[in-house]
Design a protein around this ligand. Sequence first.
Ligand code: NAP
Length: 532
Amino acid sequence: MRDAVIIGAGVAGIYMLYRLRELGLDTTTLDTAGGPGGTWYWNRYPGARFDSESYSYGYSFSKEILEEWSWSEHFSGQPETLRYLEYVVDKLDLRPHMQFGCQVKSAHFDSSETCWNVEMEDGRREKARFLFTALGILSAATLPRIEGRDDYEGEAFHTYLWPRDHEVELEGRRVAVIGTGATGVQVIQTIAPQVDELVVFQRRPNWCAPLHNAPIDDETQTRIKGSYDQIFGRMAETHGSFLHGADPRSYHDVSEAERLELWEKNYASPGFGVWLANFAEVFLEPEANQAYSKFIADKIRGRVDDPETAEKLIPRDHGFGMQRVPLETKYYEAYNYDHVRLVDASQTPIVRITREGIQTSEEEFEFDLIIYATGFDAFTGSYDRIDIRGVDGKRLAEKWADGPISYLGTHIAGFPNMFMLAGPQSASAASNFPPSIEVGVDWAARFVEFMQSKGITRVEASDAAEGAWTKDIMAAYEGTYFAKAKSWFSGYNSNVDGHDKLRHVMFLGGAPAYRARLTEVADAGYEGFELE
Ligand code: NAP
């Protein structure tokens, strides 16, 4: 029997493997992919890139890696990010402890031996004391439930499953994109200048704002490498572990001219400042939110030539920042090409996919390629796709039928020795992923070390602690804009049964509060856990 199995070789799985190896645990990592990288292995669609600063996305735990690796752009593209993760894996000599091409079918807890039995689709098996789930919260891609999808005879794929074995031809082709989330936006702006014809099917628009990416010159590179302590120090202070934190002033204490000055400055600056370096009231008070939404709507109007198209691109069902804000590069200008057209699928819904293309309530289109940028069964989908069973064969999918329930977003009552990394109800989704992942992994490693030192072999969240945590998570959603917005931030997905309602999937209290809570629990000898 091994000490540990990690499922997932993405940002979380890589770092967890490193920490467990350092603790001397016999560990193997399993992943469906053909190599490490997780989200950056799969998402190879045109234009896939960070929208948090590259140097805020890399691991912070190794000074050597920080010194050796040089990001070439302020917001790195997928190929470079994947190269970075492969470099980290090789640098830390982790590859020998990873198994690829293995789809985990089931993970069952065995109470008699206090271990997890893990079985893969190809029949391989692993048995280990601990199970670490580094499954990702955006790794179960969902296709739209539209009649006739299988009838289509042209090329079609979900962005997450973009082909790895051949270049997808774009030039001279008639292309459809369904979906206008962060992924759709990146695809649309990238392929618009290349294709012959592009039709975007938008059900609900998102509020998008400029990324302002640029290459990193030598002088800036030296400055970045010399200031990592300050960079990570700043990130530790902000609500979302980004470099951008709220403006300390009150919306009400400044004049309209001062508000506009801040908003114009943020709109012209790189990264998430346009979302996060704002007055807190913009996200808490309707009047402030409406004022900022109007400011951004006017920017959209100013960038799109056709006024009717511009109006279609402005969200009406949610205010700015209540769903994930996609950062873009000439996204709105893409609609100024004569060969790019926006179809408002809320007004003229897609009725079916035909053999040749897409039929809406008004029109029939023919395409050579259909790109589904239709998102993910977020948070729980990657868990639901594995038959996970805890004590007495209790199924996790059953326990989570109405949404995730956890203690700290790291453990589940009835599922001993299972550690979730960046799991549902943790702070990871509401923040810059890697720093939050590092917090979760460091905490899990500390927990394992504690168990080793005390001779503890079994750990399980208590029902009471789980109940209290989940109640707090739910209470935090109450009355928020997030609770009302129908996006994956609040657990919605129209393409998954039962996910057409609010599900309490995220810790909304911010990264510093989450980190403090984890530390408090550990310092108190892991209160809320049953230790044997
Ligand atoms: P998403 O935000 O969930 O967007 C899915 C899109 O597909 C939405 O526009 C949705 O419309 C549409 N859709 C789904 N089913 C449909 C149907 N049946 N008919 C018509 N439209 C349909 O997914 P995503 O864009 O893949 O992004 C997910 C998350 O991944 C992002 O929020 C972000 O956190 C992450 N991401 C990050 C980056 C980055 O770092 N730069 C890039 C890409 C993604 P509705 O809104 O009407 O449901």
